[in-house]
Ligand binder design. Structure first.
Ligand SMILES: C[S@@+](CC[C@H](N)C(=O)[O-])C[C@H]1O[C@@H](n2cnc3c(N)ncnc32)[C@H](O)[C@@H]1O
Length: 345
């Protein structure tokens, strides 16, 4: 897909959320009361240019370094800026100058409104295929987020390799994006409107699984999935019988992940200590921990909660010394639902 098409779509074609033509870049995911309160403090001009398809805002961020890929005008950057606090920092990367200009124009004011003496935000002009070119070193970032942007990359393998490179051991990738039920034919994948609306570059879910395994993530988890209603006659005609979903995905950079869930008899207990989550914690769409209640988990889940940045919030018993067979871990990452929602806004 053409970089020029993307630049022109987000630089001049779209002036705000209401200019979107399909339901693909429209988040229907409700923000938590805490995030709703922070959004009240984000400038309307930034919010008017929000084109995300979800809310990939991680938990327990205080003091961390967070990287937002394809940050646009910066809604999520400023949400996270409030959550990491003065000791943390947020780096936003985008290649469209018009988007970055909006975020930068309000940077000093946002710091003041959020109560920071000095802004903890850095908005960088560049591509997320080349984070090294932006000076982002190996293992230097705690959390990578992205909202409806990675689908726009013409080299997704490179993007996910870069994400894996810059994450610290135990770090987390949390992103929302558009995925498809099949590989899209070239006339769809290159159509400027479909590309701009985050449909043409959507990843076929099974190719995404293969790509993730290749770059170091044989297991990742889906937190939320919602089918996308396109609501545009031309786009619907072009994509034919393809189903699109907005998926929220999390992947931890931890050792020992296997491509299938295996049973080593390990048990994990959530301690109730993640800020704002005293009663339980949802790791993914099929693991809801109840505070204090031990849960039998597969080796991969034990590694995710026991060796990631969340390790201090869980007690994990057991190791991999004895294998008991395959572990029935719940719904597959690509299982689909039927309720349709909009996809970038
Ligand atoms: C659908 S918008 C989402 C923006 C933002 N995440 C939000 O939620 O409002 C996609 C953004 O990704 C940026 N983008 C697309 N491809 C990019 C690339 N290869 N490198 C950096 N930014 C890119 C675009 O400039 C655009 O601002």
């Amino acid at each position: 897909m053409s970089r020029r098409d993307v630049l022109s779509y987000y630089g001049s074609e779209l002036q705000g959320t209401t200019d979107l033509k399909t339901g693909a870049c429209c988040s229907t995911e409700a923000l938590s009361p805490q995030l709703q309160a922070i959004v009240q403090n984000i400038h309307p001009e930034i919010l008017d240019r929000f084109y995300g398809c979800g809310s990939p805002i991680p938990d327990d961020l205080e003091g961390l370094t967070v990287l937002d890929l394809g940050c646009g005008s910066g809604r999520d950057v400023y949400l996270v800026s409030a959550l990491v606090g003065e000791t943390g920092r947020v780096i936003g990367v985008d290649m469209t100058p018009e988007q970055l200009e909006v975020g930068r124009r309000h940077q000093a004011e946002q710091a003041r409104v959020l109560g920071h003496r000095v802004s903890n935000v850095s908005l960088r002009d560049g591509t997320f295929e080349d984070l090294a070119g932006l000076g982002i070193a190996d293992a230097s970032v705690d959390v990578v987020i992205s909202n409806c942007a990675l689908n726009l990359s013409g080299d997704k393998r490179r993007v996910f390799s870069e994400i894996h490179r810059v994450l610290k051991p135990g770090g987390e990738l949390l992103f929302s994006d558009v995925f498809s039920s099949r590989r899209l034919p070239p006339h769809v994948a290159t159509d400027p409107l479909l590309v701009g609306e985050c449909l043409g570059g959507a990843l076929y879910v099974e190719d995404f699984r293969r790509l993730m395994a290749d770059v170091g993530w044989p297991d990742y988890r889906v937190l939320r999935q919602a089918p996308i209603a396109i609501n545009h006659p031309y786009a619907e005609l072009m994509v034919g019988p393809t189903t699109f979903w907005s998926l929220k995905i999390r992947a931890f950079k931890v050792e020992g992940l296997e491509d299938r869930c295996e049973d080593y008899g390990q048990v994990a207990t959530y301690l109730g200590t993640i800020p704002g989550q005293p009663h339980g914690y949802q790791l993914d769409d099929h693991h809801s921990f109840i505070t204090g209640k031990p849960m039998l988990v597969c080796g991969n889940t034990a590694a995710m909660v026991g060796t990631s940045r969340f390790a201090r919030h869980f007690r994990v018993l057991g190791d991999r010394s004895t294998h008991f067979g395959a572990f029935d871990c719940g719904p597959a990452a690509t299982q689909t639902h039927t309720e349709a929602v909009g996809a970038c806004c």
